[in-house]
Write a protein that binds this ligand. Structure first.
Ligand code: NI
Ligand code: MN
Length: 230
């Protein structure tokens, strides 16, 4: 299977199913693909902010993909005429024999801010199990002890996608703590360098994490780059 970084917090995850995460493509200055190019089976949305919700409705309408997210967000999407699967934090659902999603805590807001302004419940992250790999997409979040006591201690994480941009989410220092607590095999930094406000030195983050945690490899993907997992 493969994980492709699409820029900002958007990822394309392709194995036995095709998953698009936080599809902010139109208007994303770093987007590696256009919204018209992607044909996912599932669209995972961590919260309502436009830099995550992005093109989800247009893509779901065009492809019939199922939007997966917190209940309030999913029900809002359902009112827009797309297929949804509503969940909530702490809940796991097996979509296929090889694909399940669990919603994790994220300390963040979730207002839908494109057009009408609606509050879409709680922001979340995702623990994705696909084809034998365990992926943790933290979403937009502060450092939270759940990363140790709930997520890290009970899961062997193959790849963690962690925000490092600071200002709206964890910055590099807190993400280094998250790395220790989660102890994943690999980390993909995200949610940085899209705008000057969240500019970060990903190479310095990689050097710090790999220096402190010898078992962790940090993959700083440029938008469009792919991490292959076997
Ligand atoms: Ni946000
Ligand atoms: Mn964001």
């Amino acid at each position: 299977m493969k994980i492709q970084y699409l820029g900002h917090a958007a990822f394309w995850i392709e194995g036995s199913v095709k998953i698009l995460v936080d599809p902010f493509l139109t208007g994303n200055p770093t987007a590696a693909v256009s919204a018209a190019e992607v044909c996912p089976d599932y669209i995972l949305i961590s919260h309502g902010h436009s830099d995550h919700f992005g093109d989800a409705l247009d893509i779901a309408k065009r492809t019939g993909a199922i939007i997966v997210g917190a209940n309030e967000l999913a029900l809002f999407c359902q009112t827009q005429g797309v297929n949804v699967h509503a969940m909530h934090i702490g809940g796991n659902h097996r979509f296929t024999e090889q694909f399940s999603v669990k919603l994790t805590t994220a300390i963040h807001g979730s207002a839908y801010d494109a057009g009408s302004r609606e509050y879409l419940g709680l922001a979340c992250g995702f623990l994705i199990r696909l084809d034998g790999q365990t992926l943790y997409f933290a979403g937009d979040t502060a450092l939270t002890y759940d990363m140790k006591a709930v997520i890290g201690d009970f899961n062997v994480i193959d790849v963690a996608m962690l925000p490092i941009g600071d200002n709206f989410t964890m910055g590099p220092d807190d993400a280094r703590v998250a790395a220790k607590w989660l102890n994943p095999k690999k980390i993909i930094p995200m949610h940085y360098n899209t705008y000057p406000l969240i500019a970060q030195d990903a190479a310095a983050f990689r050097a710090a994490v790999e220096g402190e945690c010898p078992g962790i490899e940090v993959a700083c993907l440029t938008p469009g780059q792919v991490l292959e997992l076997s």
